[in-house]
Design a binder for this molecule. Structure first.
Ligand code: MN
Length: 237
């Protein structure tokens, strides 16, 4: 199998994993940088991620233009992906979702999302929140509909792995499809645990150094989660 065929296959699987792990529902998406052309990315056509197959994966320029002008309808928010790939040469995959526990933390400025458990140490301290009003005013539909909004989101993300989007969701990046999927799943887990802990009292969070150390460990274990989640997603199909 060519490298491109492998990436397309993994991307289709990743869509179904994210659905079965509760990160995406009828909405949300995951992209991968084109393995042979760093100035392009791969993303499903406009459809529910849990139904994506290899045949649904399309190719886009970084500005969000479909390579095939006669292709199927694209996602409205494809600009998230292209502008993050442009801003972050280290990023090979991007997950955008509306997973509910994470949305909560996008809405309370006094409670930033922070790493509270070892599986989500990559989150680190004080996750940034993108405020669309700062770029586009207070009357948008909150969606990243233009390259300009994609650039503004990339500015908020900076060099971090996760950016929350106020009242909307989050975007998670990774050096591989597997890492991005792992991070998206555990960003939602962390948000749920953090909200639970905050109801009990004042949580003890991971230090930046603990987060960095566990990230090195977890990066060596990505296949273990991927292989399980893939089997569960395929069994449910
Ligand atoms: Mn969205």
């Amino acid at each position: 199998m060519s490298e491109l065929a492998t990436v397309i296959d993994d991307l289709a699987v990743a869509n179904r994993i994210l659905f079965h792990q509760g990160v995406v529902d009828g909405f949300g998406h995951i992209s991968a940088r084109h393995p042979e052309r760093a100035d392009r990315f791969l993303l499903a056509r406009n459809m529910a991620p849990g139904q994506v197959t290899r045949a649904d994966i399309q190719e886009y320029e970084l500005d969000g233009t479909p390579v095939d002008p006669a292709g199927p309808k694209p996602y409205l928010e494809r600009f998230i992906h292209g502008e993050l790939f442009r801003a972050r040469p280290d990023v090979m995959a991007v997950v955008h979702s509306h997973s509910p526990s994470v949305v909560v933390f996008s809405t309370v400025p006094s409670q930033p999302l922070r790493a509270i458990c070892h599986m989500s140490g990559f989150i680190g301290e004080n996750t940034p929140v993108f405020e669309i009003r700062d770029t586009a005013g207070s009357a948008t539909d909150l969606l990243i509909r233009t390259p300009e909004l994609g650039v503004a989101l990339a500015d908020s993300l900076g060099e971090r792995p996760v950016v929350l989007m106020r009242g909307h969701g989050s975007t998670v990046v990774g050096e591989s499809i597997r890492q991005a999927v792992f991070r998206a799943v555990y960003t939602e887990v962390n948000a749920k645990l953090q909200a639970d802990a905050l109801r009990l009292g004042s949580p003890v969070y991971l230090t930046a150094e603990e987060g960095a150390a566990i990230t090195v460990t977890n990066n060596g274990q990505l296949d273990r989660a991927w292989n399980l989640w893939r089997e569960l997603a395929e069994a449910a199909a």
